[in-house]
Design a protein around this ligand. Structure first.
Ligand SMILES: [Cu+2]
Length: 679
């Protein structure tokens, strides 16, 4: 362990890594870390794949909570943490970096939320019923999905893909006691060698949840439904077309950690693809897709008591894009090429209604109709040698932002008189990842460099109120491109019944973008402490280390554990916000004769490295205990699967570093899931 720490520049932030020499363990049955990835992304070396597939009985048995929300599935992953502003629409973070520094796609499609306050990460616009798995690449390993610093996540849609299964369908329902959440879902599919049609629907409705000690968390209710249809048709033996349509709508969503709720969050996501098995003899798996999505987000403060000034804050985001990708194999070289592009329109406004109706309304464009164009080319070569392999990859992209609304442009010109309407950049990414097998040891190491453009809020946001540090934020259109040099190293010792992995990564981020207080400006939001401007710091450093293991006690019992350490500091050695303290999880799983059971613990140490300048307070240590029990029954030719569980058994009242304004998490919760499928 000490040996590989010395690979990184010696710095105080590395010291804590020694923590991970203390072994703990992880369990999460949904996780199948795999080195050989799937489908069209065959060559991309993914760090993790989370199997989601609602409606697949076999997968259900291995999952602790089959109809949990997508957010809960993602949270169960080794690499992802979720920032919570309530019970709905959590924001994924990876390597302690959130949305702006990640590339998150749905079946390869770029989608951008329409909320200036991050109430709608794009993961909130799909549900488990739509998906087969989440593909996760850390750092530049995620660059196949887009420009990124922290990593990439692709949510892969569930499709029959011409498997000769004929008709099948399922009905599913779940109930959770804590917030009286009701879930109803179903799917109906037909598939043969020439044609397939998949349909699914899911509805969730939850009341307020109760934190440990039976304390009601007001404004934590939500309601959501989601429909999707996807279909494919074989034109010839090696050519096919397919199409996808997803409609997702959430209403009456409470955000207890924020000052506003959401009355409507709606997404319509569609795509058409053309697939051909081979091209020009040597190329394989040629896939091309065009897509369009439209998101509408309406915030609502009418249900909150004591609102001094009522505000209307709607937002829209519309994206059209394409990609075309293929593989090429030549001897030891396995190439993957991808060309992609998108055009996004982001528009958000705010109208303030003063209590004295004689005073004029105040209107602002918080996102001034920003048009983003991005065209990228990604290539990788995975070279296999005997007992080792090397993966080289690159992404080169042209990226531009234009402020299309003159009123919005003139508002920003108050602060930046010299600003141009259009800003273009050229974004680069390079990565080399090496894997070597030495008897039972697997060594993985890599070096990469990546760049990202500022997000719409960072570049063009106009008085966006952040309730975390109680400041109004203003973007800076002249921000420099943020870039990152990173290194990663991991060692795995693998035996059939036993496996242990120690891994670490280090990111040196140049021109790190974060809000910095400007005392010369006055606030717009009543009660705000000040105004921050998005600014490039010279650099910031992030370090993550983890130790994880798996032990098959017997055929029926499996134990898994993980402990991780994180550290993030800015150029002055000050703590960055939202960095995880030491955290751990461990679980024991049982599966035999159609019975399944699990017992798991999850917790974190005290958050000692927090930063009050970003609105953080010290979060106390916590641990929670959960258990589940399942049974599969065969009725005629069909399957009935029942799973029950208890989360937070001891009804602990706690919050973690990811809980916005330390909003407490859910207390004790019983759940029951029933699914019936007809084959
Ligand atoms: Cu919002």
């Amino acid at each position: 362990m000490k040996a590989f720490i010395s690979v990184f520049p010696s710095s105080g932030i590395l010291m804590g890594c020694l923590w991970c020499t203390i072994f703990c363990g992880i369990f999460t049955s949904q996780i199948y870390a795999q080195e050989t990835p799937v489908d069209s992304l065959k060559l991309i070396q993914l760090n993790e794949v989370i199997v989601i597939s609602a409606g697949k009985q076999l997968d259900h048995q291995k999952q602790r909570k089959p109809l949990s929300t997508l957010d809960e599935f993602l949270e169960s992953s080794r690499s992802i943490n979720m920032v919570k502003r309530g019970a709905y629409a959590w924001e994924p973070t990876m390597n302690d970096m959130a949305s702006e520094r990640l590339a998150i796609t749905i079946d390869g499609m770029q989608i951008f939320g329409a909320c200036t306050d991050k109430m709608d990460p794009i993961t909130s616009y799909v549900d488990v019923s739509n998906l087969s798995e989440a593909q996760i690449g850390s750092g530049q390993q995620g660059a196949a999905f887009g420009n990124t610093i922290g990593g990439g996540i692709n949510l892969k849609l569930d499709k029959s893909n011409f498997k000769p299964t004929g008709w099948n369908g399922s009905l599913e329902s779940a109930f959770e006691s804590n917030n009286a959440m009701r879930v109803f879902g179903g799917e109906l599919n037909y598939s043969d060698e020439k044609f397939y049609l998949n349909t699914d629907a899911i509805y969730r409705k939850a009341d307020n949840y109760y934190a440990g000690g039976d304390k009601e968390v007001n404004f934590s209710q939500f309601e959501k439904y989601n429909f999707s249809v996807n279909s494919g048709y074989k034109l010839t033996a090696d050519k096919s077309i397919s199409a996808t349509l997803i409609y997702d709508e959430a209403n009456d969503v409470g955000y207890p950690a924020l000052t506003m709720d959401v009355s409507l969050a709606r997404a319509v996501i569609g795509s058409v693809s053309f697939n051909q098995d081979t091209l020009l003899g040597n190329f394989t798996n040629w896939e091309s897709k065009v897509y369009y999505n439209n998101i509408k987000h309406i915030m609502d403060d009418t249900k909150r008591p004591d609102v001094l000034i009522h505000m209307d804050m709607p937002g829209w985001s519309e994206t059209a894009g394409f990609y075309s990708q293929l593989n090429f194999n030549k001897e030891k070289n396995h190439f993957f090429f991808k060309m992609d592009g998108f055009y996004n329109k982001s528009y958000a406004e705010m109208t303030m209604y003063p209590t004295n109706s004689n005073e004029p309304l105040m209107f602002m464009l918080t996102w001034p109709d920003v048009r983003t164009k991005d065209v990228g080319f990604y290539a990788e070569d995975h070279i296999s040698f005997e007992k080792s392999s090397l993966k080289l990859s690159t992404r080169l992209a042209y990226h531009s932002n234009t402020v299309a609304d003159d009123f919005g442009l003139n508002s920003l010109k108050i602060f930046y008189p010299e600003m141009d309407k259009t800003n273009t950049r050229f974004l680069k990414s390079f990565s080399a990842q090496y894997h070597k097998m030495l008897n039972d040891f697997h060594l993985n190491g890599g070096l990469s460099y990546g760049e990202r453009a500022p997000s719409v809020s960072e570049g063009y946001g106009f008085y966006l109120f952040n309730s975390f540090d109680n400041h109004d934020y203003i973007g800076d259109p002249d921000l420099n491109t943020e870039s990152s040099a990173d290194a990663n190293l991991s060692v795995t010792y693998k035996k059939p019944i036993f496996e242990i992995t120690a891994g670490a990564n280090y990111f040196h981020i140049f021109n790190y973008i974060i809000g910095v207080v400007d005392n010369s400006l006055s606030t717009m939001t009543i009660g705000a402490d000040g105004v921050k401007i998005y600014t490039n710091l010279d650099y910031a450093q992030l370090f993550n280390a983890s130790l994880s293991g798996r032990y098959n006690i017997s055929n029926a019992f499996k134990l898994m554990s993980q402990i991780s350490y994180h550290r993030g500091i800015d150029e002055g050695g000050e703590n960055l916000p939202l960095i995880s303290p030491l955290s751990y999880r461990s679980g024991l799983d049982f599966y035999k004769n159609q019975y399944s059971a699990s017992l798991s613990v999850e917790g974190a140490g005290e958050q000692t490295n927090y930063n009050p300048a970003y609105g953080e307070t010290k979060t106390a240590a916590y641990a929670t205990l959960s258990a589940s029990f399942g049974k599969r029954f065969f009725i005629n030719e069909n399957d009935l699967f029942v799973k029950a569980g208890i989360e937070n058994i001891l009804d602990t009242n706690y919050s973690s570093y990811t809980d916005w304004n330390n909003i407490p998490r859910m207390g004790r919760n019983f759940y029951l899931t029933v699914s019936y499928s007809v084959n």
